[in-house]
Ligand binder design. Structure first.
Ligand SMILES: C[S@@+](CC[C@H](N)C(=O)[O-])C[C@H]1O[C@@H](n2cnc3c(N)ncnc32)[C@H](O)[C@@H]1O
Length: 274
């Protein structure tokens, strides 16, 4: 079969954890939808803001710090954040995303990719992604399918294999400073309150994704997880160009104070400061 634009081979990526290149990662993640966002990511999209963040960390912190990277997608940009910063300034970088843990079912030529909350994220048939044309048919039965898959007797009747995996790129496990957990920015576990010296939220808090009410809720939660005097970076990477629009803030007396804008600043700057 001819490879089409939608060809993904999610099995070789998520189960076999084969080496992947940028093109493959971009293609797979731009097909995965979470809330109203896609998990789209790519290499080196935050180089410009990481440089500035590094300077600010060196300026404001003398001790090792704990960083939160929200909405990590494949974790590629979290890895780059780690590589771009001064290692001896980092205690931990904790990466959060609403979807990280997955189960993959393989039934003959079908591959079903499920989130930890049993939401169907992707179906592939014969290495062909069924994201757009037929996906809705499987979506309609998404809650029933895993229950059927998990009935042991069915496994004998038809050839079903399954495997737990993560959406993250394979090479993150070896880095002690990096940890990843599922968290929803609209409902963050209290154990993370007042925990972070730096919070970065990249390509998530956009007006095109969420209503103002939801954005305000996310901002309140960022306020809760960040420490006094912490640095907050909110940025967005435009599609074609690699120049980020970004704003850096510091938390002072429980409020966010703008410290620097890049390329006009973040579109939610006003909400951050209100
Ligand atoms: C466009 S991607 C950005 C990925 C990465 N930060 C980057 O800039 O390359 C948006 C990410 O936000 C995550 N996401 C969507 N809704 C979320 C929520 N409510 N809480 C946490 N993460 C969420 C998606 O799973 C996805 O990984």
């Amino acid at each position: 079969m001819k490879k089409t634009k939608n060809f993904t081979d999610i099995y070789s990526y998520f189960v076999l954890k084969k080496n992947i290149n940028e093109k493959m990662m971009k293609r797979i993640f731009s097909l995965l939808r979470v809330d109203s966002t896609f998990m789209t990511t790519s290499y080196n999209r935050m180089n410009d803001v990481n440089k500035i963040l590094k300077k600010k960390i060196n300026k404001y912190f003398s001790k090792k710090i704990t960083i939160c990277d929200f909405a990590v997608s494949s974790g590629q940009s979290t890895l780059e954040l780690f590589l771009d910063l001064n290692k001896n300034k980092i205690n931990k970088i904790i990466g959060f995303d609403k979807k990280i843990f997955i189960t993959i079912y393989q039934i003959e030529k079908f591959i079903f990719l499920y989130s930890s909350s049993n939401e169907l994220l992707m179906v592939e048939y014969n290495k062909q992604c069924l994201r757009y044309r037929y996906f809705f048919l499987f979506k309609k039965t998404e809650k029933i399918l895993p229950r059927l898959f998990n009935r042991a007797y069915l496994f004998d009747l038809i050839n079903i294999k399954y495997k737990k995996s993560k959406l993250l790129i394979p090479n993150l496990n070896n880095i002690n400073e990096l940890e990843f957990f599922e968290q929803d920015i609209f409902n963050i576990d209290k154990k993370y309150f007042n925990r972070f010296d730096v919070v970065r939220v990249s390509n998530l808090l956009n007006y095109s994704y969420f209503s103002e009410t939801k954005l305000k809720k996310a901002i309140l939660n960022i306020k809760k997880i960040s420490k006094e005097n912490s640095i907050i970076l909110i940025n967005r990477t435009p599609n074609k160009k690699r120049k980020n629009t970004a704003s850096f803030f510091r938390k002072k007396n429980g409020r966010f104070k703008l410290i620097e804008d890049i390329n006009g600043g973040s579109e939610i700057k006003g909400l951050m400061l209100s």
